[in-house]
Write a protein of this length. Structure first.
Length: 175
DNA sequence: TACTCGATCGGA
DNA sequence: CCGATCGAGTAA
């Protein structure tokens, strides 16, 4: 395995860059003794109160409260009444930002990621540490820039310009 | 309380 | 293309 990704690297302001750097890292779960390890291959950044695609752009509400915490906790919410969405909160305290995990090895799509790994809202607000059962590891794998593509984010047409056009979705295609 | 709509997915 | 399915957010 690798080293647990420390919260300190998630508390920087460069959420978009942090998102890109999550590609190739390992998403690890440990629930009731069962362990899963999946490499992250697709992510999306939701960066700050001005980003109209970011849930927290409407202000601090019970649901978005977790996004205002310092980076290093999970934000998990229910989408379309069916799908659990797994996000990693980033940035300093009171700066709402998060990274949606959209794909891992063998699971493409945010709803499939959580269904495959049995991740749901019970992880909301928990830290990204071993003790919570859901964390990220870095095993040193190098992801070459040539294998990473940046595209607009999915399903956020309502956000309008310039947010719909921001290329804040990152997909890693292995060579 | 009464709406509307969504960071999606699977099936027709 | 469309329905599923439910909770957050808003207006009243």
């Amino acid at each position: 395995m690798g080293k647990v990704l420390p919260a300190s690297v998630l508390r920087g302001r460069e959420t978009v860059e942090i998102a890109r750097s999550l590609l190739g890292r390992l998403l690890v779960t440990r629930v009731e003794g069962r362990r899963t390890v999946r490499r992250i291959v697709e992510v999306e950044a939701y960066d700050g109160p001005h980003d109209r695609a970011c849930h927290a752009s409407r202000g601090r509400t019970p649901r978005t409260e977790v996004m205002f915490q310092p980076g290093g906790v999970w934000y998990v919410y229910l989408c379309y009444g069916i799908h659990e969405m797994l996000n990693l909160v980033t940035g300093p305290r009171d700066y709402p930002a998060a990274i949606l995990i959209r794909g891992v090895d063998g699971a493409s799509g945010p709803g499939r990621v959580t269904r495959t790994l049995d991740i749901d809202r019970r992880f909301n607000g928990r830290a990204t540490t071993r003790s919570t059962g859901l964390w990220i590891e870095d095993d040193g794998l190098v992801v070459s820039a040539a294998g990473v593509s940046a595209t607009p984010r999915i399903g956020i047409a309502y956000a309008g310009e310039p947010w719909v056009s921001k290329r804040w979705r990152f997909v890693w295609r292995r060579e």
